[in-house]
Design a protein around this ligand. Structure first.
Ligand code: S3P
Length: 171
C-alpha cells in the first residue's frame, strides 16, 4: 500500500507519517530526507546553493522514483510537493491513499514560529509577518491541496486521533 501525506509546512506530515508507519507496520519515507540522502546535502543548502528551481526538479525526480519503484510505503512529502510539476497527478496515478493534513492559518503560524530557521521558505520572514505570508501562500496552494483524495482536518486533534481517522479511511 502506498500512503502519501500532503500539507503545508508544519502540518504534521512527518509526525503523523511516523506514527502511522508504526501502527500499520509499513515503511516510512520522508521525501525531504530522501532527497537529502540522494544528493548528500541538506534541503536548506540546496535552496541556498542551487536555488528553489533546482530543488523542485530534484523533488519531482525523487517523488517519481519513489512512486514508480517502491511498492509499499508511507510518504511524507514537502509542503510544496503537490503544487509543482504535476506531482500530485503523478502520485494519484499510483495511489488513491493521498491525504491532505489541513490546519487553519493561526495553527500553522503557531507551529511554524517554532523551528522556522530550518525551513528555507520562512526562515527570513519576521514572526510578525508570518500570518500574512502563510495566509497568502496557503491561498496560492489551496487548489492543489484540495485535490487530495482525502482531506483530514487536523485542528485540535492529537496525532493519535488523526492517525485513527486515516486508518478508518483506509478500510
Ligand atoms: C517546502 C517545504 C519543506 C521543504 C522545502 C520546501 C515548501 O518541507 O520541502 O523547504 O515548499 O513548502 P516541509 O513541509 O516538511 O517543511
Amino acid at each position: 500500500m502506498k500512503i502519501v501525506l500532503i500539507g503545508y509546512m508544519g502540518s504534521g506530515k512527518t509526525t503523523i507519517g511516523k506514527l502511522l508507519s508504526k501502527k500499520l507496520n509499513i515503511n516510512f519515507i520522508d521525501l525531504d530526507a530522501y532527497i537529502e540522502s540522494k544528493l548528500n546535502t541538506s534541503v536548506s543548502d540546496i535552496f541556498k546553493e542551487r536555488g528553489e528551481l533546482y530543488f523542485r526538479k530534484m523533488e519531482h525526480t525523487y517523488v517519481q522514483e519513489l512512486m514508480e519503484e517502491k511498492k509499499s510505503f508511507i510518504l511524507s512529502t514537502g509542503g510544496g510537493t503537490p503544487c509543482y510539476a504535476d506531482n500530485l497527478g503523478l502520485i494519484q496515478t499510483h495511489t488513491k491513499h493521498d491525504f491532505y493534513l489541513k490546519l487553519t492559518i493561526p495553527n500553522l503560524v503557531k507551529r511554524l514560529i517554532i523551528g522556522k530557521e530550518s525551513r528555507p521558505l520562512v526562515q527570513n520572514i519576521a514572526e510578525t509577518d508570518l500570518p500574512e505570508f502563510i495566509g497568502k501562500h496557503l491561498f496560492e496552494r489551496n487548489n492543489f491541496y484540495m485535490q487530495a483524495n482525502t482531506i483530514t482536518v487536523c485542528d485540535d486533534k492529537t496525532p493519535e486521533e488523526i492517525v485513527a481517522e486515516i486508518m478508518q479511511q483506509l478500510k
